[in-house]
Ligand binder design. Structure first.
Ligand SMILES: [Fe+2]
Length: 164
């Protein structure tokens, strides 16, 4: 077989560029939903009230920390492939698929139910990325799979407060 030559370089770069575009298409919405979860998770952390306050308050802080880590991993996968992403505040607010969180102090049951609903919306986005990335880039799919596994565990830790 012929060895790689300089003339192969442009096509190799074009392939990487195509991969990057596909990865950005699926991981950028993941970043938006996770960043929204960070902001609303803190809102929930600050405004939860009631008999289960301590446990829910602490669990929400863990969720926020994890969501920020997941967002960082997804965003840096896009950037590592050479593309920028728009995760500015206004863009996150416009693009997030999360259902709204109620304003003001809330009983812990409401806080947990609404935050679990937000996690579920984010998981739809993440699982869409897992499926979509299967034909694009397995390393990026692995990022999405790792996030799905972690966020599903975070969902359990929170949802268990209201489970029968
Ligand atoms: Fe706090």
């Amino acid at each position: 077989m012929t060895s790689t030559t300089h003339t192969d370089a442009p096509s190799a770069l074009a392939t990487t560029s195509e991969i990057a575009a596909g990865v950005a298409q699926f991981l950028t919405p993941v970043v938006h939903d996770l960043e929204a979860l960070v902001v609303d998770g803190k809102q929930a952390h600050w405004h939860v009230r009631g008999s289960a306050f301590a446990g829910v308050h602490e669990t929400l802080d863990q969720l926020v920390a994890h969501a920020q880590d997941y967002a960082d991993t997804a965003a840096e996968r896009i950037v590592a492939l050479g593309l920028p992403l728009d995760s500015r505040l206004a863009t996150v607010a416009a693009k997030s698929t999360l259902p709204p969180l109620s304003d003001g102090f809330q009983p812990w049951q409401t806080t947990v139910a609404q935050t679990v609903a937000q996690i579920d919306a984010a998981l739809v986005t993440i699982r869409t990325a897992i499926t979509g990335l299967d034909d694009i880039d397995l390393s990026s799919q692995d990022v999405a799979i790792e996030i799905e596994r972690g966020l599903t565990k975070d969902r359990w830790l929170l949802q268990a407060h209201i489970a029968a």
